[in-house]
Design a protein. Structure first.
Ligand code: C2E
Ligand code: CA
Ligand code: CA
Length: 613
């Protein structure tokens, strides 16, 4: 039960002074402390006036129906009819018929009565009736006030929440740094455009803008300066675009701009305008001035190949932007499905997921090609060559198709580790009588940029008890020259385990005898292009002889690859080449030769028979 506010103002308004005084005395006896007596309508308003801003202080108005200078129904409307907190409950001391008054109050009557805001007390009334009415009205007022307060709190809370929600929505939809739309919303916008275009074909083009050499500024000057550059570039572009254009930040330094209703030529001109403005723009970092240029790719909605998905349009524009970069930067390039770079990219996009899947689903497998020791005329070891199973199980995909993709798409490291692991497992699984067999595994250049390779080889060899000398690694000359020191260190560590190394495709790069001196390899593998025509090409002969000469001096062995005829075998022997590999001895196959004792002549015969089949 709510406690009744005995200190609130109670106004007693009656023309009958005795009655007014009696009520006052009685209520004072009951503990009410602030009782005001007035004798006419204006007295009521005068008493109320100071409480205009503090209506909660006034508790109840006890008013006789015949109060001079006031119309009781008006007063009920004004004071008790209010829906909000300013409401003042009234107790009307009725002289007339109650029903008549209710009629006069009209619609208000129902509300007022239902809410109990106007209470009728027919004269004469008992003291108990009066007290009950006063307490009841005060309680109602209090309850109203409390409810209002809670509502007010709730409304404020809701309003606050709305502001927070709106802020969040903005942040989710926009990029915090530039205030541009983010990718998700941009794509949603493009969806609508594509949908609309199905019914009402219109022109449109997407520009993909990429800041040239952004990472350089980021690295040289720090991220804060990088952020400032982004903001300034956006400001320059914004000044050129109509506000209705859909403009988004799609990557750290990449932006997309959708130009509605513009054909390819308009878009090209507009892109040129952006490029030119940024070419003229100067970016200041203290005393240093940068010329921040951009490369822009354009993809139009209307080409021979329809666009079905926003990401398709974005991807085309991005590919065009890449072409602009590859062709010298600070350039505008329109997408053309026949560009070689675009084709390469499409190739990558197609193959990358297949490689990833092949790694998981065991769709990679190894072939083995024998390498012959030309002195003993026996197999020295096998080169491991990787293959991928195609969609049809009998379709085999060669490394030339997927290794370059794996290199560009950052998958090569996983591929390398897979091959190393499987080659060691293969050695470990061989029967005892084949314990002499060793394998040469090809590694990409990036294999050496990650310490996990060394760890993998080490633990794998330890776990399988495979003799480290049964494992050789081949890396190409170009791969070795990239990151020379890092690669060299890693090779030293792997050789320290007992594994061997060969420098592959030697001569195909820039024939770096200088590097060769410093390179810790055991074998030099002369590139097949110098071997295939060795008999007829004198230049090849000169080159091969000089390689052999250097190798002998450096104490390294030589391997000739692509040996395809008996004449070449003889020539190689005469030149002092140590080992040879090629179709004449055998193509890459799923298994190894059953015996190591198999002679070179048997191998050649076998290969010849296979070739004739
Ligand atoms: P590579 O290391 O120079 O391998 C020699 C390539 O020449 C192999 O092609 C082999 O099948 C082929 N070949 C062997 N003998 C002859 C011959 O007498 N005549 C002709 N015309 N070709 C011959 P493959 O297997 O297609 O491999 C191509 C390249 O793919 C390899 O060149 C190597 O760079 C790379 N690769 C192969 N397997 C792997 C691997 O497991 N990991 C990595 N990272 N690269 C690999
Ligand atoms: Ca090789
Ligand atoms: Ca090679």
């Amino acid at each position: 039960m709510m406690s009744i506010a005995k200190e609130s103002v109670i106004i007693i308004a009656a023309a009958d002074r005795d009655m007014a005084q009696n009520i006052k005395d009685y209520l004072a006896d009951c503990g009410f402390s602030d009782l005001r007596v007035v004798f006419d309508g204006s007295g009521v308003y005068e008493t109320l006036r100071p409480y205009y801003r503090r209506p909660e202080k006034v508790g109840v108005l006890v008013i006789s129906e015949d109060l001079p200078g006031c119309c009781i129904t008006d007063m009920c409307h004004t004071l008790a009819g209010d829906q909000d907190v300013h409401i003042l409950p009234m107790i009307v001391l009725g002289i007339r018929d109650k029903q008549q008054l209710v009629c006069e109050l009209g619609i208000l009557a129902e509300r007022v009565q239902a809410g109990g805001l106007v209470h009728f007390l027919e004269v004469p009334f008992s003291r108990a009736e009066l007290l009950m009415a006063v307490n009841f009205q005060l309680a109602i007022k209090q309850e109203r006030r409390l409810r209002y307060k809670n509502e007010e709190l709730l409304i404020n809370e809701l309003a606050e929440r709305k502001v927070v929600d709106a802020k969040l929505k903005y942040l989710v939809a926009h990029d915090e740094l530039t205030g541009l739309l983010n990718r998700e919303n941009f794509e949603r916008h493009l969806w609508l455009i594509l949908k609309r275009n199905k019914k009402l074909p219109k022109n449109g083009a997407l520009l993909y803008v990429d800041i040239d050499r952004f990472s350089l500024i980021n690295e040289l000057e720090g991220y804060q300066v990088g952020d400032r550059l982004i903001v300034e570039v956006v400001t320059v572009i914004r000044a050129l675009v109509n506000r209705n254009y859909c403009f988004t930040r799609i990557g750290s330094d990449e932006f997309c701009l959708y130009l509605d209703n513009q054909n390819a030529d308009d878009a090209q001109q507009f892109a040129e305008k952006i490029r030119k403005s940024l070419d003229d723009f100067r970016f200041f970092v203290e005393d240093v001035v940068y010329n921040a240029t951009v490369s822009i790719g354009i993809a139009s909605l209307h080409t021979d190949k329809a666009v079905h998905h926003p990401s398709e349009l974005i991807s085309r524009a991005r590919q065009a932007c890449r072409m602009a970069k590859e062709n010298g930067r600070n350039m505008v390039w329109a997408y053309n499905g026949r560009d070689s770079g675009v084709l390469e990219r499409q190739h990558d996009i197609y193959w990358a997921p297949l490689i990833r899947k092949a790694l998981i689903d065991a769709r990679l497998f190894l072939l083995f090609q024998p390498v012959i020791d030309l002195r003993s005329e026996r197999i020295s070891h096998y080169e491991v060559l990787l293959r991928m199973q195609g969609k049809d199980d009998d379709e085999t995909i060669g490394p030339a198709v997927f290794i370059p993709v794996a290199e560009r798409m950052g998958l090569i490291h996983s591929v390398d580790l897979w091959v190393v692991e499987n080659a060691i497992d293969y050695l470990a699984a061989l029967p005892d009588f084949m314990a002499h067999v060793s394998l040469a595994v090809n590694l990409s250049s990036v294999a050496f940029q990650d310490a996990s390779l060394l760890a993998l080889i080490k633990t794998k060899l330890e776990m399988t008890w495979v003799e480290p000398s049964r494992l050789m690694f081949e890396l190409t000359e170009t791969a070795a020259v990239d990151n020379f020191e890092q690669t060299r260190n890693m090779i030293l560590k792997i050789r320290a385990l007992g594994c061997k190394f060969a420098l592959d495709d030697f001569g195909a790069g820039f024939c770096s005898f200088n590097y060769l001196k410093r390179f810790p390899v055991d074998y030099i593998k002369i590139d097949g292009q110098f071997i295939q025509n060795l008999i007829h090409d004198e230049t090849d002969q000169v080159l091969v002889r000089s390689i052999v000469e250097v190798a002998v001096k450096l104490g390294k062995k030589t391997i000739a690859e692509f040996v395809e005829s008996p004449e070449v075998v003889e020539k190689l022997k005469e030149m002092g080449i140590d080992l040879a590999q090629g179709y004449i001895f055998g193509k890459p196959e799923k298994g190894l030769q059953a015996s190591n004792a198999i002679s070179i002549h048997q191998l050649m015969l076998k290969a010849q028979r296979n070739g004739e089949d």
